[in-house]
Write a protein of this length. Sequence first.
Length: 94
Amino acid sequence: MKHIVLLAWVPLTIYMSGLLAQVHKNYTLRSAEGLSSLTLFTRVFGYINYLFYIYYLNMTIAHKTLIPIHTGVLFILAGQIYYYEKDLTEKKYY
């Protein structure tokens, strides 16, 4: 049973490394060009609902630890889109 619990950390950690790489790339380029605001909003909304689901079903500690961190990183990405956007009135959200 412990092996299954340990395996829960693997995909969550891999996914987290992709999110952190995107945050670093945006910071280095000082641009969030190419990130879809609508897709990011959908991901944030989905993760907020997923947080309730995780705690309601009392899932593994891997989920209880990393999913809130993922949600926080998604909020950082949303902040980068807002911060690096030159003119929000010209942006098309589709």
